[in-house]
Design a protein around this ligand. Structure first.
Ligand code: PGA
Length: 261
C-alpha cells in the first residue's frame, strides 16, 4: 500500500489574466468545499501564468483556501542579467510550492534539453520549491524506441548530479497525447509509471522511489481520470485544457467518487 497523496495539478498554460484566474480559483474552492473535498484524497494545485501568481497567492492566503500554488517555469539562475527570466527566489517569496520543469512545450518551443531541465531542477531544490519534472516521448520516439525509454532517460537525466535530491514529482506526459484528445490507456500510463519508479529505485534507492509521486498527463478529463488513478502506480494527474473549466477540474479532483462507482 502506498501513502502517497494524489496530486491534481492544473496547468493553465498561457491562458487567463489575473482577474479571470482569481474568479476561477474562487469558484474552484467553493465547488470543492460544497463537495466536501478533502486534501488527503487529492491535493489540488493550480499553475497560473507568472502575472497571476501574486493575486492568487493573496486570495489563497486571505481565504485560507485548500489550494496549492505552482509556477509553470523558473530560471536555472538565481539572479542577474537574464532578461525576461523569473528566479526561484522570487517564486518562493510568493509562496509558490511547485514548479513545472521541462514541459514538452518548453522542450519543443524553447529548446530545453535534459541539461537545462537538470539545471532548473537544481534551482528548484535550492529554493525549496518542489519540481514537477515533465517527461514523455513523441509519437516517433514511441515507434522507434518503445514506450518507456525516453521518459526513463529524461527522468534520470533530471535527477543526475545533484548534491542532494529534495522532494520532486514526475509527470509522465506522452507528447502525442497533450492537447490532442488522444489518451494513453490506463495500462500504458501505469506501465510507464512503474518503469520510471523502477529506474529511480535502481539509481537513487527504493525509499525515494516509493515516496515519489508519478503523475499522468495528456488529455485528462473527469470522464477518464478514474481509469488512470485506479492503478496504484499513478499518483495524480497533470491537467491542461480541462483545468480551465471549473466543473471539469473539480470533477477530476473528486476522482475517488468515480472510482467508487
Ligand atoms: P492537456 O495538457 O490536458 O490539455 O492535454 C496537459 C499538459 O500539457 O500538461
Amino acid at each position: 500500500m502506498t501513502n502517497r497523496v494524489p496530486l491534481i495539478a492544473g496547468n493553465w498554460k498561457m491562458n487567463l489574466d489575473h482577474q479571470q484566474g482569481i474568479a476561477l480559483v474562487q469558484k474552484l474552492a467553493w465547488t470543492l468545499k460544497d463537495a466536501n473535498h478533502e486534501t488527503k484524497d487529492g491535493e489540488v494545485v493550480v499553475f497560473p501564468g507568472f502575472t497571476s501568481l501574486r493575486s492568487i497567492q493573496t486570495l489563497i492566503d486571505a481565504d485560507k483556501l485548500e489550494i496549492g500554488l505552482g509556477a509553470q517555469d523558473l530560471s536555472q539562475h538565481d539572479a542577474g542579467a537574464f532578461t525576461g527570466e523569473i528566479s526561484g527566489a522570487a517564486l518562493k517569496k510568493l509562496d509558490v510550492q511547485y514548479v513545472l520543469i521541462g514541459h514538452s512545450e518548453r522542450r519543443t518551443y524553447h529548446h530545453e534539453d535534459d541539461a537545462i531541465v537538470q539545471a532548473k531542477t537544481a534551482a528548484a531544490f535550492r529554493h525549496g520549491i518542489v519540481p514537477v519534472i515533465c517527461v514523455g516521448e513523441t509519437l516517433e520516439e514511441l515507434e522507434t524506441q518503445g514506450q518507456s525509454a525516453v521518459p526513463v532517460r529524461q527522468t534520470l537525466a533530471a535527477l543526475a548530479d545533484h548534491e542532494k535530491l529534495g522532494e520532486f514529482v514526475i509527470a509522465y506526459e506522452p507528447v502525442w497525447a497533450i492537447g490532442t484528445g488522444k489518451v494513453a490507456t490506463a495500462e500504458e500510463a501505469a506501465q510507464v509509471a512503474a518503469k520510471i519508479r523502477e529506474a529511480i529505485a535502481a539509481e537513487h534507492g527504493e525509499d525515494l522511489a516509493q515516496a515519489t509521486r508519478i503523475l499522468y498527463g495528456g488529455s485528462v478529463k473527469a470522464a477518464n481520470v478514474a481509469g488512470f488513478l485506479r492503478s496504484p502506480e499513478v499518483d495524480g494527474v497533470l491537467v491542461g485544457g480541462a483545468s480551465l473549466d471549473v466543473e471539469e477540474f473539480s470533477g477530476i479532483a473528486r476522482f475517488k467518487k468515480h472510482i467508487a462507482l
